[in-house]
Design a protein around this ligand. Structure first.
Ligand SMILES: NC(=O)c1ccc[n+]([C@@H]2O[C@H](COP(=O)([O-])OP(=O)(O)OC[C@H]3O[C@@H](n4cnc5c(N)ncnc54)[C@H](OP(=O)(O)O)[C@@H]3O)[C@@H](O)[C@H]2O)c1
Length: 241
């Protein structure tokens, strides 16, 4: 019997995979929600750029979170994408639409579904959403990404205030992880200056060894959950140590 239930979107790669491999709870059931899987934990296949994928996740929450009898449930919404890197009005429309669906819509729809299921368990519930410095800074070539992370932060502030008003049944927080050595960073370095004018800065940070490892970031994210953070907090790992 599991005492903790941990659900992570995008645990097939990068930060999500490192989180799945360093869950700090005993007797935890760990579920990766992604397209590829392969992280060595339970896998539920869902494409989160497709509303049909959101329905798969809502059903999973209703089946597994609602009625969970252990002591703790954590949902980490970590899946995200920079594809397609390029200016609005210049990239492929279908790819742009998928980016809006995964970065802006999925956090809100999955967040709503998780909070609904969380009402049906006595376990302590946390929802951690992975944000980005791009929620505040302008990066030309990442318009839907910047907008999506800003939407995610504001959703967390608002849903967190609602949870405070309702007696903090579920704690909702957003965290920007800093610059982390994952496939997403390799994709950034592989983009053209035309599509992403700041590419040279990211190449330089990589050459200087300034990127953080996913394992280190995962450790800090798990430690953050043990802190007495206000519901609705929006944090940046670079500023919260
Ligand atoms: N790396 C950084 O420097 C950095 C900085 C700030 C914020 N972040 C944020 O950190 C999070 C994780 O990124 P990462 O750097 O670890 O990137 P990554 O290695 O590219 O991993 C991205 C994850 O998202 C999942 N994903 C992407 N599209 C999906 C879709 N349509 N449906 C379901 N899952 C999907 C992928 O799974 P599948 O491909 O298997 O579906 C993968 O597991 C993202 O939210 C990103 O915005 C990263």
């Amino acid at each position: 019997v599991s005492d903790a239930l941990v659900l992570i979107t995008g645990a097939s790669s990068g930060i999500g995979r490192a989180l799945a491999h360093s869950v700090p709870f005993d007797a935890a059931r760990i579920i990766d929600i992604s397209r590829r899987g392969g992280a060595g934990v339970e896998h539920v296949r869902a494409d989160l750029a497709d509303p049909a994928g959101w329905r798969v996740v809502s059903a999973l929450f209703a089946d597994e979170v609602a009625g969970f009898e252990g002591s703790r449930v954590v949902f980490v919404h970590n899946a995200g994408t920079l594809e397609p890197i390029g200016y609005a009005g210049e990239v492929e429309p279908a790819a742009y639409m998928r980016q809006v669906l995964i970065n802006s819509a999925a956090p809100q729809v999955l967040g709503d579904a998780f909070l609904r299921a969380a009402l049906e368990t006595r376990a302590a519930c946390d929802m951690l959403m992975i944000s980005s410095g791009a929620a505040r800074s302008v990066y030309e070539g990442w318009s839907a990404y910047c907008a999506g992370k800003a939407a995610l932060d504001q959703w967390v502030r608002t849903a967190g205030a609602e949870q405070r008003r309702r007696g903090n049944h579920c704690r909702v927080i957003a965290v920007a992880p800093g610059i982390v050595e994952t496939a997403m960073q390799a994709e950034i370095r592989g983009s053209s200056r035309h599509a992403f004018p700041e590419v040279a800065k990211f190449e330089q940070l990589h050459r200087e060894g300034a990127l953080r490892s996913p394992a280190e970031v995962a450790r800090e994210l798990w430690a953050l959950l043990e802190r007495d953070l206000e519901n609705g907090a929006v944090l940046d790992l670079r500023a919260s140590s």
